[in-house]
Design a protein around this ligand. Structure first.
Ligand code: SF4
Length: 380
């Protein structure tokens, strides 16, 4: 296997930037963690496997500061695997609304059901069994084993990849097989046999708080004296940036159909694709299609002539532009059927279902001011 190592800028730098010994990484990080690591996060108080698992899934793609509130609400409602497995998916997605990457919530829910069915309600203790559960990859499984059970298991999440890439000068293209293998090998060699829970937390904390992507604080870093990137002045070159593919733009028309009592029509998204299983106003490719739906399904509900200003949302692989157009149903009961996964959503007493954040913000704009005031008073 070919491993690309960052080339130092000069002979002096080359001498200075020899890769560090793997065995020195854990002691340095464990030492640093006592004063520099994070100790007050809600999932650190009780390291039950279920709690670690939920926190690891929420922390994928999401900053700690955002996760904390979601985590606490989630734990209050679903304190254990059995409670999560027994809950309707809509309620799980409801508590996830605004956190994004909703596949994580669907996988969490499905995995909880498998754990109850196949493992007596306990998360398995073997890496291979954990990685067979939906949404649990090799690094997440290892984090559960290391943090909850103190077992020697190697993690390699995005933050850890960045730390190792810089500390050891691993400069291969991110995402390629060779680079991934080099990083896994490096991570394996750094993982200690003892105090593995502290080490795991420490390397995650270092990546999240010190060796950050854009503003690494090398002056505070316990790996500074041996770090290849620091010593060869390549901190901002490692790891190399991923090539960014062009981002297509998709446009949809969002039909904001409301009833006389103010309820708005929502439709459950298909179980695959973006916002899968969440609820949004019905989406159409054109105004004509939206108008036809009003005529045929909503007893001739009238579309407003003027569309509302478009709402933009950025997904990982594309941009979405939604043009909302309002329609008013004169009949209180329009013909909607369960089979179409449609429901009338009260803005006064919203159902506990999953609504993506941009849609929730759009719906909030439809709430009359007096209702909004009333809801505000009710909320903590
Ligand atoms: S010295 Fe700087 S670049 Fe190297 S691991 Fe520490 S924070 Fe990251």
């Amino acid at each position: 296997m070919t491993v690309t190592v960052a080339a130092p800028r000069s002979a002096t730098a080359a001498a200075a930037a020899a890769a560090p010994s793997h065995t020195l990484i854990a002691p340095a990080l464990i030492d640093w963690h006592a004063h520099g690591g994070r100790h007050e996060l809600p999932w650190q108080h009780d390291r039950a496997p279920y709690r670690v698992w939920v926190s690891e899934i929420m922390l994928q793609q999401t900053q700690v500061g955002t996760v904390v509130g979601y985590y606490q609400r989630f734990m209050q409602r679903f304190p254990n695997v059995t409670a999560l497995a027994a809950a309707p998916l809509d309620e799980v997605l409801h508590l996830w609304s605004g956190l994004g990457y909703y596949a994580r919530a669907r996988h969490l829910h499905r995995a909880a059901q498998q754990i109850v069915r196949d493992h007596g309600g306990e998360l398995p203790l073997e890496l291979a069994q954990l990685t067979r559960l939906p949404g649990i990859g090799r690094s997440t499984a290892a984090a559960i084993l290391a943090l909850a059970h103190g077992r020697r298991a190697t993690i390699l999440d995005g933050n850890v990849k960045r730390v190792l890439s810089r500390a050891f000068g691993i400069a291969g293209r991110p995402g390629t097989h060779a680079t991934e293998q080099a990083l896994w090998q490096c991570a394996e060699r750094c993982t200690p046999s003892t105090d593995v829970a502290t080490y795991t937390q420490a390397i995650m904390d270092l990546g999240a708080t010190v060796c950050t992507r854009t503003r690494p604080q090398c002056a505070l870093c316990p790996l500074r004296t041996t770090c290849v990137a620091y010593r060869s002045d390549r901190v901002h070159e490692l790891p190399p940036a991923r090539p960014r593919p062009a981002r297509p733009l998709r446009r949809v028309v969002l039909l904001l159909a409301s009833r006389a009592d103010g309820a708005v029509l929502l439709q459950r998204r298909p179980s695959g694709g973006v916002w899968a299983s969440l609820w949004t106003p019905p989406q159409f490719d054109s105004l004509e299609e939206a108008a036809l739906f009003c005529t045929t399904r909503l007893r001739g509900a009238q579309l407003e002539r003027e569309a509302m200003p478009p709402v933009a949302h950025r997904f990982t692989h594309f941009d979405l532009e939604m043009t909302p157009v309002r329609a008013h149903c004169t009949q209180l009961v329009a013909r909607i059927a369960e089979v179409d996964a449609l429901l009338w959503y009260s803005l006064r007493t919203p159902a506990r279902i999953g609504v993506p954040a941009p849609i929730a913000m759009l719906l909030a704009r439809l709430v009359p001011a007096r209702v909004a005031r009333h809801r505000h008073q009710l909320e903590p």
